[in-house]
Ligand binder design. Structure first.
Ligand code: GLA
Length: 721
């Protein structure tokens, strides 16, 4: 619900449990008042800080109680009187009235509008939007703030649009999507830290100090190292209690999130595209939109923040055709044969696929090249190894009653390719001796003709082929993004717009295909990608022990159904042994599949794999639409435990995994979470029937589970009777 209280001049955005309040303050400045637990009143203007500090500027010359440096601000342009970290920086040279943004008008309506060229929370029902337009005093530009409220999931989204309304060019150097001011600094900051092969594996929590905490990626991707998710929480917050504010950005490129504590001890949270190198020229009448930021508030701990985001992402970011639908159980050729793929090998893989319950064969890299040194950009099937072409192979796979998936890396070009030889100017570089990575360059997608050319080339090559699944990869960072045709300060963001355009074009042309995005493992695990692909390859690290950390961190911000998790040999990256059961129990966390050379496995093994696939299918609904409750964190114990509970609370699956077998059985009881206290649940392993209240307060004794082999991990299903 969004209301504008005319008398108070107050905007009040309410979700099921939170309130976000700002007002028209002195001189029509937009003053932020409150974000937190739901409140009934609008008349909270009294909360605005009117303390008098020296050295600050005052528009009202005599009354020193109002200064933009002291009040909470909904938008804080640099050079506008607020000396704290600015949320936008723009210049209109020679115009001295630019930068003072004042309220002009607003409108409230049901639903929402799309953001041109960018992904966004797409749902249009059960949401409401407030647009507030501000104008700078000299009428050089208009800024519109868009707030959309998704009440049932406690999420508010915000982005901004700048429009040049004068006759001169305006330059934009910073453009934060959201700016949220909090009085006080008693918070911890939570981010997901990682690196290639260990993406989001460290849920990092730091006490907020004076100064600026920055979470930023400058890689042209959201990256393996950082993630656009960020939260601030009260010091006492844990999984189940405490105040938590979660934020994320619907964007996949360079981003920056700043949590700044000012000299006054206030906290400002800013989220947006990174301003490093940003210099965007807006010609008269041109518009620039920021990506959308989403935020959620809860006083029920980090677990509830995750569940709010999970619900929102499933309902509003992921395409509705896929969000809650059963996913393919793939068998992917990569860890089975790497580049040594051929039609014959793929057909052999397909023959055994059914034996282990897989339903989709994914032909990974190698169908158009023998190694990573050539082929990207040309997209010509290697007819020697694939004599029937992709169309013919897809037909053969379909005739076997299986679905067919294919790997692509459309945003790249190999140095050794006809495309690069003909058009060396089609790559991103700042130098005549471009830096090469994995023998490839990033195509300059800031150029419309390159986007079209690649879309045409790929759709021509795949013409007539019935493809059910695309794995869309991106295997290097943009380490020096310059363009032969686009101004330097616009390259990174325009490149992202080009990537989104290419994704949209190919999705349109390929029809109803499930996309799984990937970025050298999990280097683009973000809401921008989830808009196009309901699932993302979580990491190239498929060692199950490492995966526990990677998946645990990923689940803090993203629904488990978005995390693609494969049962593999498990030792490819770590050399570590693990049992089949353990590998299954880890991979069943997310969208399950296989990545194995099945010819190396016995019929008995395959029978077991089939049982795994069937078990996964029985519980898949919990992954697609259930609630995730984390019970033990691998970062603070030797164990991982969670329980996934269906929305109607009739079904639950408890998982317990031991990381380093100690040979010593702890006397451990774990309290379950998320069940209905009044319902009776049958433990499907022991047959025991207990109330949810008992299971959640007394708990279950872990040593009882250890009667099985210890290194396997355990799952226990609970069914309400
Ligand atoms: C990336 C992906 C892998 C695989 C290879 C193919 O590394 O993460 O899963 O697709 O590319 O080159």
């Amino acid at each position: 619900m969004i209301r504008f209280n005319q008398k108070e001049g107050v905007f009040h955005i309410q979700t099921k449990s939170s309130s976000y309040v700002f007002c028209l303050s002195d001189f029509n400045v937009l003053e932020h008042l409150y974000y937190g637990k739901k409140i009934p009143d609008d008349n909270v203007r009294y909360y605005g800080n009117r303390q008098i500090y020296s050295h600050l500027g005052h528009e009202s010359r005599e009354d020193r109680s109002f200064s933009p440096s002291v009040q909470g601000m909904e938008i804080s342009p640099f050079n506008s009187g607020d000396i704290r970290t600015p949320s936008v920086i723009y210049n209109c040279d020679g115009d001295l009235d630019c930068n003072r943004l004042r309220y002009l008008s607003h409108v409230i309506y049901k639903g929402r509008k799309p953001i041109d060229g960018l992904p966004f929370s797409r749902r249009t029902t059960d949401c409401e939007t407030l647009e507030v337009t501000l104008v700078d005093k000299g009428k050089n530009l208009e800024v519109t703030l868009f707030y959309t409220v998704f009440p049932s999931v406690d999420v508010i989204s915000r982005y901004m649009q700048i429009k040049n309304t004068c006759k001169k060019d305006i330059t934009v150097q910073k453009l934060a999507s959201a700016c949220v001011d909090f009085y006080g600094m008693d918070y911890d900051v939570i981010t997901l830290e990682g690196i290639y092969l260990y993406e989001r594996a460290k849920v990092s929590r730091n006490k907020l100090e004076r100064g600026t905490f920055k979470n930023e990626s400058l890689t042209g991707t959201s990256s393996h190292n950082k993630n656009p998710f960020i939260a601030i929480c009260s010091h006492n917050a844990n999984e189940d209690v405490g105040e938590v504010y979660g934020f994320n950005l619907v964007y996949s490129g360079n981003f920056a999130e700043e949590v700044s504590v000012s000299h006054l001890g206030d906290t400002r949270v800013l989220l947006g595209i990174s301003d490093v190198g940003l210099l965007w020229t807006l010609k008269p009448n041109e518009i620039l939109c920021s990506p959308e930021a989403i935020m959620t508030y809860t006083d029920k701990g980090i677990g509830q923040m995750s569940r709010n985001f999970h619900d929102h992402i499933r309902q509003s970011i992921i395409e509705s055709d896929f969000a809650f639908s059963s996913r393919p159980i793939v068998i992917n050729s990569w860890e089975a044969s790497y580049f040594a793929v051929s039609e014959q090998k793929v057909l052999e893989l397909a023959k055994s696929a059914k034996d282990c319950g897989a339903d989709t064969i994914v032909l990974d890299d190698g169908w158009f090249r023998p190694n990573d040194k050539s082929g990207l950009g040309d997209w010509r099937t290697d007819k020697e190894r694939f004599p029937s072409g992709i169309k013919g192979l897809a037909e053969k796979i379909h005739a076997m009653g299986l679905k067919f998936g294919l790997w692509l890396e459309p945003e790249m070009v190999n140095e050794n390719s006809d495309l690069f030889k003909a058009h060396p100017e089609y790559i991103l570089t700042t130098s005549k001796a471009p830096l090469i990575s994995r023998s490839q360059y990033i195509l300059d997608l800031t150029r419309e003709e390159v986007v079209r050319l690649i879309a045409d080339r790929i759709s021509e090559e795949l013409k007539g082929a019935e493809i059910d699944y695309i794995k869309w990869d991106f295997n290097r960072y943009a380490t020096e993004a310059g363009s032969f045709s686009t101004p330097q300060g616009e390259v990174y963001h325009r490149q992202m717009l080009g990537s989104y355009k290419l994704l949209s074009l190919l999705k349109e042309r390929l029809g109803k295909v499930l996309f799984e995005t990937c970025c050298g493992g999990g280097g683009r695990f973000d809401l921008g990608m989830l808009y196009y692909s309901p699932q993302i390859w979580t990491s190239d690290n498929t060692d199950p022990y490492a995966r526990i950390f990677i998946q645990n961190g990923t689940g803090v911000a993203y629904p488990v159904s978005t995390a693609s998790c494969h049962f593999t040999r498990g030792d490819c990256t770590s050399g570590r042994e693990s049992t089949y059961e353990f590998r299954y129990n880890v991979a069943a966390f997310g969208a399950y599949g296989y990545e194995l050379d099945l010819s190396e496995y016995s019929d008995e093994d395959k029978k077991l794999f089939k049982e795994f696939s069937e078990k996964y299918r029985r519980n898949e609904d919990l992954n697609l639409s259930g609630d995730l409750y984390r019970i033990l964190s691998p970062e603070s114990s030797n164990f991982y435990a969670d329980i996934k509970v269906s929305k109607d609370k009739n079904k639950a699956l408890f998982t317990f995994l031991e990381i380093n077998a100690t040979g010593f059985i702890e006397n451990m009881a774990l309290r379950l979470k998320g069940l209905d206290p009044d319902k009776l649940y049958k433990n499907e392993v022991t047959g025991e029937v207990l109330h949810g209240a008992t299971l959640m307060n007394v708990g279950i004794r872990i040593s009882d589970l250890y009667r099985k082999k210890r290194s396997d991990g355990y799952t226990v299903a609970f069914t309400a009777i």
